[in-house]
Design a binder for this molecule. Structure first.
Ligand SMILES: Cc1ncc(COP(=O)(O)O)c(C=O)c1O
Ligand SMILES: N[C@@H](CCCC[NH3+])C(=O)O
Length: 477
């Protein structure tokens, strides 16, 4: 599954022109090769040709747990989480005593993962009562959680405050009084961050960009609403203003957007400190750090990211003449994404003739848009490989599709797969640890796959496969 940026003729059947493949996928290369940046660290192709993860053969995983299945490399997940923890602690140590890392629960959440995060010294960013309850159930202290959301209910706020939530990110003006009133009723003081729309156009898909003005999240900086909200929080004794929060979007590679965002919220911090005499001791720069789904993506390491962000924050604080607030970040995808691949079994194979005589092969697998909606929703790119054996057959331009009643049910838009791949072969799609299980559906009453954690030769389900009984249990009619 090697990919190259070099232009070149494609050797697929029908001699398809390069126009039907994206620029980054020009030549087929060796279909058996695994690009290390796409896979969890323990994934290798064994001597017999089958993939192994955490010392376990994927054929054994499929036999024991069935397909499709999300296969999560525990050491990889925890390694990325602790790499973020250490990198941000170290890079910000001199500046503000170290930065805190909040794993974004929406990426992928279950109690097993919460236990790892709690043990490994990370914190948790939750965006609903369900995520918060799962955090508590997994053993994350409420004080190490931050609660997000543009429409939190009074019940969610009440539960979070009652349990002793660490901080609540207020998203709109109305929420200031709602939260203050609830805190007052409970005799509590709520620690508050204000989510600021900083007006940055993040270079990512429009559905996952979140800091431009025309969208639902946050308090506008340019219109003065953010500052108005800060004044409103400072007026309410039930609330303590910790600072400002910015999340510019997701799957972002260049730090330019973070630089503009940091400049704007640190400018706001300085203004509110000056004009309101408030301490405003913290700032949260959100998440959004991109990962490699294909060879076109070249993400920064956590250490490089932390160094870049620390340099940005230091420069902006110096320019504003303020002491550096305590920094936090909220990575999700960059921790969970690469840790997991989806293991499918191939079924029907069909060849289609395209304009100009080119051909595309459709390889159907036993899952699809119900376990990975990202391709259909964001036009996301993924890659795939034949996982159960090595093949010496020629590479064919292929599209991996699901089994749903929908022509847009595509898992991998473009990949070179061996021409002898057929029914019964296992296919693995890497980089599916983020926003796949957490956005899974039961479309066509397809059952959600299990999440199998693998480590040191042992595989164990973190989430079991759904059963028809699970679906029927909801059906009370
Ligand atoms: C407020 C907030 N923080 C953190 C994240 C995590 O983003 P990512 O998974 O891209 O790091 C998100 C999702 O985009 C978010 O909305
Ligand atoms: N769900 C999105 C990311 C958005 C995260 C929430 N702000 C994705 O799959 O890329």
């Amino acid at each position: 599954m090697a990919r190259t940026h070099e232009a070149g003729a494609m050797h697929s059947p029908g001699n398809a022109s390069v126009a039907i493949v994206p620029n980054w996928l020009r030549a087929p290369g060796d279909v058996n090769e695994l690009l290390p940046q796409l896979w969890a660290s323990s994934v290798v192709r064994g001597n017999d040709g089958a993939l192994r993860v955490g010392g376990v053969d994927v054929r054994d995983l499929a036999a024991e747990h069935g397909t499709p299945a999300y296969v999560l490399d525990e050491v990889d997940f925890r390694g990325r989480a602790t790499a973020f923890r250490d990198a941000f602690r170290d890079a910000f140590a001199d500046l503000c005593g170290g930065a805190d890392v909040y794993y974004a629960a929406k990426t992928f959440l279950c109690t097993g993962v919460v236990r790892w995060l709690a043990e490994d010294g990370l914190n948790l960013d939750v965006a609903s009562g369900g995520e918060f309850a799962t955090g508590l159930r997994g053993g994350m202290p409420a004080g190490r959680m931050v609660f997000h959301g543009n429409n939190k209910s009074a019940a969610e706020l009440r539960e979070a405050l009652t349990a002793g939530i660490g901080r609540i990110v207020v998203d709109n003006l109305g929420e200031v009084d709602l939260l203050a009133d609830i805190a007052g009723e409970l005799g509590a003081t709520a620690d508050v961050m204000l989510r600021v729309t900083v007006g940055v156009e993040a270079h990512t898909h429009s559905y996952i960009a979140t800091a431009h003005e025309d969208q639902k999240f946050g308090l506008s900086l340019s219109s003065g609403t953010a500052e108005e909200a800060a004044a409103a929080v400072l007026r309410r004794p039930e609330l303590r203003l910790l600072g400002f929060h910015s999340h510019i979007g997701s799957q972002i590679f260049d730090t330019g957007g973070f630089e503009v965002a940091a400049r704007r919220i640190l400018g706001l911090t300085a203004r509110v400190r000056r004009e309101h005499g408030a301490e405003v001791p913290e700032v949260d720069l959100g998440g959004g750090f991109g990962i490699a789904y294909t060879s076109e993506h070249d993400p920064l390491t956590p250490a490089d990211l932390a160094r870049h962000l620390a340099a940005i924050v230091e420069r902006e604080c110096r320019a504003e003449g303020i002491d550096c607030p305590k920094v936090s970040v909220e990575p999700g995808r960059a921790i969970a994404g690469p840790s997991t691949f989806t293991l499918y079994e191939a079924g029907a194979v069909k060849d289609v003739e395209l304009d100009g005589g080119a051909r595309r092969r459709y390889v159907s697998v036993d899952g699809g848009m119900s376990d990975n909606i990202r391709t259909a929703l964001y036009d996301a790119d993924y890659s795939a490989t034949l996982a159960s054996r090595r093949s010496g057959a020629e590479a064919v331009l292929s599209r991996v599709v699901g089994k749903h009643c929908e022509s847009g049910d595509v898992v991998v838009k473009d990949e070179f797969l061996p021409s002898d791949l057929g029914a019964g072969d296992l296919v693995a799609v890497p980089g599916t640890g983020a926003y796949c299980r957490s956005m899974a559906s039961n479309y066509n009453h397809v059952l959600k796959p299990p999440v199998i954690a693998v480590r040191d030769g042992v595989a164990r389900p973190l989430l079991r496969r759904e059963t028809l009984q699970d679906l029927f249990a909801l059906d009370v009619g």
